[in-house]
Ligand binder design. Structure first.
Ligand code: ATP
Ligand code: MG
Length: 440
């Protein structure tokens, strides 16, 4: 992409209405613009990041055996009356009437819809277990939308739903999602600690929030330093390995981590003081087992192995895809701007010409741009007619992992500068070696 043709509105000043660093940077670097309270338009740079996060979430869901589908944003009120939640949900639900005066709503979540779809199609124990997911916009009329996309009213969520014949099966589905979440967040370049969450209507130990540590987080957190060395990828653990997944779950539960809502002073005091870590965190995911809450209320039954009807046991598993954009920035920035982890960077390389009035500089930069593109490298080429210092400032702000800087003095000696944004390391390289370093 050539910056001179891009829609990349960067701001010099920090917008006054933004309180936390990620929100400021998302506005300054031109990722989003607010179009109504808690509702955002994703500009090209922000949209590229959002899509990359979504894709990693998708790949890890698919790898875990979940199947993607897509449910609509608008749902009928009658569907929610089946579970009793239409009345119970309260003012966070956006209720709408269509031209025939029929009541509809903008979905804040999809338990009712997936239960209805499953109920209408699935008849036998042979059709279970299944885990289905979609990545779709939600609307919750939050009383205080704030911190930009972190607490929006319209936001993108991955929500998965599992159906099992019994609780033992449902536990396996839960552990499977737990592993998928550990892998997902690790690939996104952040550490999200699974913390025991308030378990809701049915109690038990099957509710965890995944929390990214950041000083501006909304929750206070308490965790064991062991999470600093946790093996998030679990490379030897296979999906379907029941004992292995149980072992992972037991390890997570034995390693203390809780938010202020679930903090247990008794267990905490058993942890050696030098292993106690406290801080704040942002909830980026929540996994949750709720048994037959919706299947019973909505009369979902399948015929069991012996022919008697069985009510499937369910869980739901959310990831805040749009919130993650803010959370990643909270966890990864410096005074000059964003530091994108490579996996979610909008482009890998920012190519900068220091002088657009110097022919040799422009010729070299154009040629690097072509060659990088041909090699399949994602490159943003700042070819604007601006002062070099301004362009470098913008590059630091938008935080691409690599900067390739082309200036008249270097070019006279056949050299360009390669800067690694997060470490600040700079190297003088020939054009050929710079290309070799940046191409896969
Ligand atoms: P919170 O406690 O932050 O209000 P929640 O418990 O209501 O969230 P869930 O219903 O568990 O949220 O939704 C799954 C995920 O969706 C959350 O872990 C979070 O990452 C994301 N999410 C929830 N509400 C919002 C919001 N208003 N804006 C952006 N992301 C959200
Ligand atoms: Mg939650």
């Amino acid at each position: 992409m050539r910056w001179s043709r891009a829609f990349l509105p960067v701001l010099k000043e920090s917008p006054a209405d933004a309180q936390i660093v990620s929100h400021k940077l998302m506005l300054r670097a031109g990722l989003v613009r607010q179009t109504a309270a808690g509702i955002y338009a994703w500009l090209p740079l922000g949209f590229r990041v959002l899509k990359k996060i979504e894709q990693i979430v998708r790949e890890e869901q698919d790898r875990s055996g979940a199947q993607e589908m897509l449910m609509p944003t608008l749902q009928s009120a009658d569907l929610w009356r089946e579970s009793g939640r239409y009345e119970a949900y309260g003012p966070e639900m956006l209720r709408i009437k269509d031209r025939h005066d029929r009541e509809i709503l903008y979905g804040p979540t999809n338990e009712e819809m997936i239960t209805m779809l499953f109920r209408d199609e699935v008849k036998s124990y042979r059709d279970l277990p299944r885990t289905l997911y979609h990545i779709q916009w939600k609307f919750r009329d939050e009383i205080r939308p704030r911190f930009g996309v972190m607490r929006g009213r319209e936001f993108l969520m991955k929500d998965a739903y599992s159906f099992d014949l019994d609780e033992a099966g449902a536990r396996q589905s839960y552990y499977t999602q737990m592993l998928a979440y550990l892998r997902t967040f690790q690939r996104l370049g952040i550490q999200a600690v699974p913390m025991k969450a308030a378990s809701g209507p049915i109690g038990g130990d099957l509710s965890h929030e995944f929390i990214v540590l950041a000083p501006t987080g909304e929750s206070e957190v308490f965790y064991d330093a062991a999470y600093e060395e946790f093996d998030w990828q679990q490379p030897d653990l296979r999906y379907g390995d029941e004992a292995g997944l149980q072992g992972l779950f037991d390890r997570v539960n034995a390693t203390y981590a809780a938010t202020d809502e679930t903090h247990d002073e008794g267990r905490w005091s058993e942890l050696a003081p030098e292993k106690q870590r406290t801080g704040r965190g942002i909830e980026v995911g929540h996994i949750f087992y709720f048994g037959d809450k919706y299947s019973a209320a909505m009369d979902l039954k399948v015929s069991g192995r012996d022919g008697t009807p069985v009510t499937p046991m369910m869980g739901s598993y959310g990831v805040g895809v749009s919130r993650l954009v803010g959370a990643i920035i909270e966890a990864s920035h410096d005074d000059a701007g964003i530091l994108w982890p490579e996996a979610v960077a909008p482009w890998q390389v920012g190519l900068v010409t220091m002088r657009t009035d110097d022919e040799a500089t422009v010729v070299a930069a154009e040629s690097l741009y072509e060659q990088l593109r041909e090699a399949g490298v994602e490159v943003l080429y700042d070819d604007r007619d601006e002062r070099g210092g301004v362009k470098l400032g913008s590059m630091d702000l938008i935080g691409l992992p690599w900067q390739l800087i082309v200036g008249p003095r270097g070019i006279a000696a056949g050299m360009v500068e390669l800067k690694h944004r997060s470490t600040g390391e700079r190297e003088e390289l020939s054009l050929e070696s710079a290309l070799a370093r940046l191409t896969p």
